[in-house]
Design a protein around this ligand. Structure first.
Ligand SMILES: [Zn+2]
Length: 233
């Protein structure tokens, strides 16, 4: 795989990193430490859309951690390169991977992800979960052997009614619902609301439990780090 590189960005960033004084004060008395370079890295990561945390075990000597989902958000070639490398890593480590799909131009993003997974016949599709699937995108990925997740929101996006209607239409195999706490208004009780709606609609308890419990445990359990018996009394 070849990696396209934004040379201008790379050179600018490396120049800045060299220019900023970050001399370790325990090695050179009076060294500036990592405060300024930490600030620089934190803002670069934030601009890239990552959730940035600063850890400062010693005053003036911060470490910076950038946490982000894997997947596409702007459907750019660079995101595709990152996604493929991250999926390579997950597959090498035999770990399940959840792939974020964009909020804007979702259909195109899901088609790009599908293209990648179809090209990479070595990927274990049972280890891949495509997130934030809606009516618009489910048919693109439903027959691929991957898992799909529907993120249920209180107002916009996918309501409990729409998520349950999709389960009724597409079945309970390799599907789950999740909730989210993110940019817009979110509801951590989305899943109990899905359960309440399914009970009202007369779904079997066994099927409800499969959607909101056994399926997620089965998918994430492929990591070898979680088993239904670990979490059920
Ligand atoms: Zn996401």
């Amino acid at each position: 795989m070849s990696v396209p590189i934004d040379r201008g960005y790379l050179v600018r960033t490396l120049t800045d990193l060299v220019r900023i004084n970050s001399i370790n004060p325990t090695l050179v008395p009076g060294g500036a430490g990592e405060a300024e370079i930490g600030e620089y890295v934190a803002s670069a990561l934030a601009r890239a859309g990552l959730d940035v945390r600063k850890i400062e075990p010693e005053p003036g000597r911060p470490s910076v951690v950038g946490v982000g989902e894997i997947g596409l958000n702007n459907n750019t070639p660079n995101e595709m390169v990152g996604l493929e490398m991250q999926l390579d890593l997950a597959m090498d480590l035999k770990l399940p991977a959840l792939i974020h799909t964009p909020h804007v131009d979702k259909r195109r993003g899901v088609e790009m992800i599908k293209g990648l997974i179809e090209k990479r016949t070595d990927y274990n599709r049972a280890h891949i979960l495509i997130d934030h699937i809606t009516e618009e995108t489910i048919e693109i990925v439903r027959d691929m052997g991957v898992w799909v997740a529907m993120t249920v929101y209180p107002f916009s996006k996918l309501s409990p009614e729409r998520a349950v209607a999709m389960v009724a239409k597409y079945g309970l195999d390799r599907i789950m619902v999740n909730s989210s706490v993110d940019w817009g208004e979110s509801d951590p009780l989305s899943i109990p609301k899905v359960v309440r709606l399914m009970r009202r609609e007369g779904w079997k308890e066994r099927d409800i439990e499969r959607l909101v419990w056994r399926n997620p445990v089965r998918f994430w359990g492929q990591s070898g780090r979680i088993a239904e018996t670990d979490v059920v009394e």
